[in-house]
Design a protein around this ligand. Structure first.
Ligand SMILES: [Zn+2]
Length: 677
């Protein structure tokens, strides 16, 4: 039976692939006769075995118009970047930090393998069949590149083993071999086309192609480096066991790896790799060191954008000497102050470097940097320039000590120092002009309140005319406010006002994120929304409560409390709370455990029309999450009809049956209340 299933799926995918070529790309690589034969074979197989219905998920539907090109898909678990360093010293510091922070008294067992220079990808298998492939994207969602992924010969499309989890998420790297890279560039030179600058660009470029034949010709390779199981009884305690399982299931894994019992083993592995690096047939830019124990990984957890239990130790790129001629303290959107060193301009691998970031106060103290010092500069991962070290022997007597600011040089608010992290920030929020512009832009951004059409240019103009100072001012704008601004006509004005108007329905996590509180990013905002469930609960929180929330420690809690302490900030939040419809539908909200108290519970709903806040499917999910029931037809048993734009006949039917009709806004306004209206 299994062999049979495999044969069937392969055939089906083949036909769908030809369909895609034919219907979407208007090209055909087999004769009509052969195509018809394949179709007949498929039909015969289907007739013999009535499992067609079970296999719905393999329908890629390549037919014209149905095929949506590269839509975004959310990752099952975020695909995060790695903490990294470029010297053994950096790694030793990391190891020490882990041991100290998590009270680990013995050596940590690390799993080390190569950091291949490619494109990270997530392959999702449902019941052992490749369902989709997604790029890393922003870490939370990426592009759907399934079609092109299917052209990569060493990615199995069907897995056959009794232990395959119901849902399997395989993470790995798409890369190209050095010789294929050189060959491709030779061919592009022959065709007088631009050369590819590095193998990673080829991988990402190929996966974005509309024509999968291009990806096929580029001979991409896949190497798996981790996996997640869902709905599975498999529970392996070590990372290496997971990888070996992947190998057993047919995935390629890195052949060069080491299970290191001590940090000396890690150093040895790193030194060995630096020696063989040039002889490998693919590009690498370092090694990846992972805590091998899954239990320990869980205990160590994540920082905002990276797993804390993994570390990328990158190779050094060559460095040059230059002089530091000045220091500037730049204020970012959240008030974070970043010291930047201005340099006597130098070239590193063809790029002119004039300044480098010094990250924070701690870094400056570590480097023992003075203005006028001669420093060694290198480009980490060949991208961001960094100061490697200060050449103390070359220090002249005229160097000046760096003086750290006590007050914000723009708004004169006292700067907050987080001594342990060496971070400093201006806590004035919307009242610091240096932050204002970027904060307002952040507020209206896609992950915030989302007001398309309102860009930096317009915000700058509104600020200049004094129409907008803080985010609440957006909701006070009218046609007259735009009349005094040059370059904004009536059509654009209406578009912007419309955009502002439709931003009024917003999810709580996006609202919190939009406030731009220092250290409160997307993940923390989600956790906060999840925990508090409403703006009111969030405002009533205190330091102790905040520290109980996942991912929130002393610094984040302090930053939130400082933000909420400011009367000006509170005034803005209260105004917005009144003006906006802020909803939260997280099922495990701390305050909303008992759904039976919510009006939605056990009520029957019908939806009609087009919805602005979110898709119909998502609204249905919310209703079902709170114990409501969604039906597709109006009958006398229905309790509520929710209508969007362009609703249909159902409105009339509901009216005649005296069913309560709710607009989209009414529904969201009352979402978490005990009784509706
Ligand atoms: Zn300031």
């Amino acid at each position: 039976m299994k062999l049979f299933l495999k044969k069937y799926l392969k055939l089906k995918l083949k036909i769908q692939y030809y369909d895609y070529l034919y219907y979407t790309l208007n090209s055909s690589i087999i004769s009509d006769y052969k195509y018809d034969q394949l179709c007949m074979m498929l039909k015969k197989l289907e007739k013999e075995n009535k499992f067609e219905k079970k296999l719905k998920y393999t329908n890629y539907n390549f037919k014209k118009n149905n095929f949506s090109y590269l839509p975004e898909i959310e990752h099952k678990t975020p695909m995060l970047s790695l903490l990294s360093g470029s010297s053994i010293k950096d790694f030793l510091k990391y190891d020490k930090m882990l041991k100290k922070r998590f009270f680990i008294f013995n050596d940590i067992e690390y799993f080390c393998d190569l950091k291949i220079d490619g494109l990270a990808i997530s392959l999702i298998y449902h019941n052992g069949i490749l369902s989709h492939a997604v790029t890393r994207g922003n870490g939370y969602s990426g592009e759907n590149v399934t079609i092109n992924i299917m052209t990569i010969s060493n990615i199995p499309i069907v897995l056959s083993s009794p232990e395959i989890p119901k849902i399997l998420d395989v993470r790995g790297e798409i890369y190209i071999k050095k010789k294929d890279f050189l060959l491709l560039n030779k061919i592009s030179s022959l065709h007088k086309k631009k050369n590819f600058s590095n193998p990673r660009n080829i991988a990402s470029g190929s996966l974005r192609q509309k024509d999968p034949e291009i990806a096929r010709k580029r001979k991409l390779q896949f190497i798996a480096y981790s996996c997640n199981f869902f709905n599975s009884s498999l529970n392996l305690e070590k990372h290496d066991k997971n990888l070996f399982l992947l190998k057993k299931w047919g995935f390629s894994i890195c052949k060069i790896f080491s299970i290191c019992k001590t940090i000396h083993d890690v150093i040895q592995f790193y030194q060995m790799v630096t020696k063989i690096r040039l002889d490998l047939n693919y590009e690498i830019d370092g090694i990846v060191i992972k805590v091998n124990s899954k239990i320990l990984q869980k205990k160590i957890g994540y920082v905002e954008k990276a797993p804390k239990w993994a570390y990328a130790l990158k190779f050094f790129s060559h460095s040059v000497e230059t002089k530091v001629i000045g220091i500037h303290f730049s204020i970012g959107r959240t008030g974070l102050i970043t010291p930047i060193a201005f340099l006597k301009p130098v070239f590193i691998s063809g790029v002119l470097i004039k300044k480098v970031t010094l990250y924070n106060k701690k870094k400056i103290l570590e480097l023992k940097l003075h203005i006028g010092d001669i420093v060694k500069i290198y480009r980490a991962g060949d991208v961001i320039p960094k100061i490697e070290k200060v050449l103390l022997k070359k220090r002249s007597i005229t160097v000046q000590k760096i003086i750290f600011p006590y007050y914000c040089n723009i708004c004169h608010t006292k700067i907050v120092y987080l001594e342990q992290e060496g971070l400093m920030y201006c806590p004035a929020g919307f009242f610091c002009q240096a932050q204002n512009e970027k904060r307002l832009l952040h507020f209206v951004s896609k992950n915030g309140l989302y007001m398309p059409g309102l860009g930096l240019k317009i915000i700058k103009k509104l600020l200049k005319k004094g129409c907008v100072k803080t985010p609440d001012d957006f909701y006070k704008l009218n046609i007259q406010s735009f009349e005094k601004i040059s370059g904004i006509g009536i059509i654009l004005t209406k578009k912007i006002l419309n955009s502002i108007n439709s931003s009024k329905i917003v999810m709580l996590n996006k609202f919190i994120y939009a406030l731009g509180i220092f250290l409160v990013g997307k993940v923390v905002s989600k956790n906060l929304a999840n925990f508090f469930g409403s703006v009111r609960n969030f405002l009533n929180s205190n330091y102790t409560i905040l520290c109980q929330i996942e991912g929130i420690g002393h610094n984040i809690a302090t930053s939130i409390i400082l933000f909420l302490k400011s009367k000006e900030n509170l005034k803005i939040i209260y105004f917005l709370k009144k003006k906006l419809c802020i909803s939260s539908f997280f099922s495990n909200s701390f305050y909303m455990k008992d759904f039976s108290k919510i009006w939605i519970y056990q009520k029957k709903f019908v939806l009609s029309g087009k919805f602005l806040t979110m898709s119909k499917e998502k609204i249905c999910t919310i209703i079902e999450k709170y114990g409501g029931i969604v039906k597709s037809y109006i009958s006398k048993n229905i309790n509520f009809l929710i209508i969007g734009l362009k609703y249909g006949q159902k409105f009339k039917q509901a009216k005649s049956l005296k069913i309560t009709i709710l607009s989209e806004k009414e529904f969201f306004n009352n979402l978490l209340k005990k009784n509706v209206i």
